[in-house]
Unconditional design. Structure first.
Length: 106
């Protein structure tokens, strides 16, 4: 597969999900082994790249680029959703207290 080739978004999304599940299983197995657990995130990421490579039939460099692009897209979508929800819920922000505070003298 070349990066210029158009793949269906559903196929790529499911491949990303499958690669993530595979990497998570590898992470669980590797993290349980003493003295190797310290490098388990790197091994898990390499397992994720390998799973993407196998499922989407691409090179390791292309799988790395796909993971970077998918991370950027996820970040930008989460920022846009956060901005949208921040604007939407701004009307619920208490600008002034609803009841004037009263000083009680004893």
């Amino acid at each position: 597969m070349r990066l210029s080739k158009r793949e269906g978004i559903l196929k790529v999304g499911l491949a990303n999900l499958a690669a993530g599940i595979f990497a998570f299983i590898v992470l669980l197995i590797i993290a349980a082994i003493p003295l190797i657990g310290i490098v388990s995130p790197i091994i898990s990421y390499l397992a994720y790249l390998y799973a993407l490579k196998v499922v989407l039939d691409m090179t390791m460099l292309e799988a790395f680029l796909v993971s970077i692009v998918s991370s950027l897209v996820f970040f930008l979508v989460s920022v846009l959703v956060s901005i949208g929800l921040g604007i939407w819920f701004f009307k619920y922000v208490m600008v002034r207290p609803p009841i004037k505070p009263v000083i009680v003298y004893f």
